[in-house]
Write a protein that binds this ligand. Structure first.
Ligand code: PEP
Ligand code: MN
Length: 363
C-alpha cells in the first residue's frame, strides 16, 4: 500500500504521519526523494489489515489518500513528484516560483506590440502574450493577423528579449508557431482537441494549456495527460474561468479548482483573470484571488488603448493597473513563502530549439 501526501504538507503534518506509522508498526519509504508517494512497508510484523491502515492515515492532515497500486496513477498526478518547475525565457512556474505573462489579446500592429511589450516588461512581466491566430466566437470578428502576426512577435522577441506565448489553433500551424513561440498556448476552445494535443505532446516547447469553459477539472487534467504521455513534460495549466449561470462576469474564476490542482497535480497552475472577468474593473481583484488560491502566476491582457483594441478591449487593463496587480501578486506570493519573478530577474533567453523533422513541411 502507498500513502499519497499533499504537496503542501508541512513538517508538523509529516511528523503526524510518521507517528501514525510507528503506532501501526510499519515503515514509510519515499519512492524517490521528494516524492509525494510513500510505500507502507511492514518489516518483521504481520502485514496490517487494509482497513485500519486506510483509517489511520486518511484522517491525518497532509494526506490525500491511501492507494493500493501507484502504477494506476495518471502522469499528471502529484503521486509522481512534488512539483514540476517549468522554466521559459526569464519566467519560472511552479516549485515556489511564480511569473506573469502579459500583453494584448491579439497582435494588431508591430509598433503597437513593441510598445506594449516594453511597457509590460518594465512593469514586471517576464513573458509577452499576443494571439496571431484568434479563436473568435463569431466568424465575422477579427481573426488575428496570422503569419504576419507571428512575424511581429518574432521581431519583438528579438528587440526586447521577452519570451513569447502565443496560441495555436490548427495542427497545420504548429511548425510556424514554433518559429516564434517560447511557449505554445492551447486555448479554452481547443483544450479537448486531441489531434492538437497529440502533436504538441511531441514538441520540445512548453505548453500553456487553458481550461475549457465547460470542462471539469478531470477533463482538464485528461487533456494535460495527452501532452505528458507524448513526452512533453513542460505543461503549465491555466484556469481562465468557467461558464456559470451568472453573466455579471464573463466567466467564473474557479479558485477552488486552483487550490485543488495544487494538491492533485505536480504541474504548475496559473490564473487568467482577464478572460474570467471580461471587464477591466474586476481584473485586479480576480487576479489577486487567483494568486491567493495558490496560482503559480498570472496571464493578463494589457493594452495601451483598450477602447481601440480589435479583440477583448473591454477586459484589457492599462499599465498602471497592471503594475499594481503585479505588486499584489508579489505580496501574495510572499505570504506563503513563494517568489514572484519579475523583470528584474530577466535573463537573456537562448534561441529557440530546432523544430523536429516530423513537424516540418515538405515545401
Ligand atoms: C486568449 O488567451 O486570448 C484566449 C482566447 O483565451 P481563452 O482560450 O481562455 O478563451
Ligand atoms: Mn483574449
Amino acid at each position: 500500500m502507498f500513502i499519497h501526501l499533499q504537496s503542501t504538507i508541512d513538517d508538523a503534518q509529516r511528523a503526524g504521519v510518521e507517528a501514525a506509522a510507528r503506532e501501526l508498526g510499519v515503515r514509510l519509504v519515499a519512492l524517490e526523494p521528494g516524492a509525494q508517494l510513500l510505500e507502507i512497508l511492514s518489516e518483521g510484523v504481520p502485514v496490517p489489515e487494509r482497513g485500519p491502515v486506510v483509517a489511520a492515515f486518511t484522517v491525518l492532515p497532509g494526506v490525500v489518500e491511501v492507494l493500493d497500486r501507484p502504477g494506476d496513477q495518471p502522469l499528471w498526478s502529484s503521486t509522481h513528484r512534488a512539483a514540476t518547475i517549468v522554466e521559459v525565457g526569464g519566467a519560472m512556474f511552479g516549485g515556489g516560483r511564480a511569473s506573469v505573462i502579459a500583453g494584448p489579446c491579439a497582435v494588431e500592429d508591430g509598433a503597437e506590440l513593441l510598445e506594449i511589450a516594453r511597457t509590460v516588461q518594465r512593469r514586471g512581466a517576464t513573458l509577452l502574450r499576443g494571439g496571431a491566430f484568434k479563436p473568435r466566437s463569431s466568424p465575422y470578428s477579427f481573426q488575428g493577423l496570422g503569419q504576419r502576426g507571428l512575424e511581429h512577435l518574432k521581431d519583438v522577441r528579438e528587440s526586447t528579449g521577452l519570451g513569447i506565448v502565443t496560441e495555436v489553433l490548427d495542427p497545420r500551424d504548429i511548425e510556424s508557431v514554433l518559429e516564434v513561440a517560447d511557449m505554445v498556448q492551447v486555448g479554452a476552445r481547443n483544450m479537448a482537441n486531441s489531434s492538437l494535443l497529440k502533436e504538441l505532446g511531441t514538441v520540445d516547447r512548453p505548453v500553456l494549456l487553458k481550461r475549457g469553459f465547460g470542462a471539469t477539472v478531470d477533463e482538464f487534467l485528461s487533456a494535460a495527460e495527452y501532452l505528458l504521455c507524448g513526452g512533453n513534460t513542460r505543461v503549465v495549466l491555466c484556469e481562465r474561468g468557467i461558464r456559470s449561470f451568472d453573466q455579471v462576469t464573463r466567466n467564473l474564476l474557479d479558485v477552488g479548482a486552483i487550490a485543488h490542482l495544487r494538491e492533485a497535480t505536480h504541474l504548475p497552475v496559473i490564473a487568467d483573470p482577464s478572460h474570467a472577468a471580461g471587464r477591466s474593473d474586476l481584473v485586479r481583484a480576480i487576479g489577486r484571488a487567483g494568486m491567493a488560491a495558490g496560482a503559480d502566476g498570472l496571464m493578463v491582457e494589457v493594452h495601451l488603448d483598450p477602447s481601440a483594441a480589435l479583440s477583448d478591449g473591454q477586459q484589457a487593463i492599462g499599465p498602471d493597473e497592471f503594475e499594481a496587480l503585479v505588486a499584489d501578486a508579489g505580496v501574495l506570493c510572499e505570504l506563503d513563502g513563494r517568489t514572484l519573478l519579475t523583470g528584474d530577474h530577466q535573463v537573456p533567453h537562448p534561441s529557440l530549439p530546432n523544430i523536429p523533422t516530423h513537424l516540418r513541411g515538405t515545401a
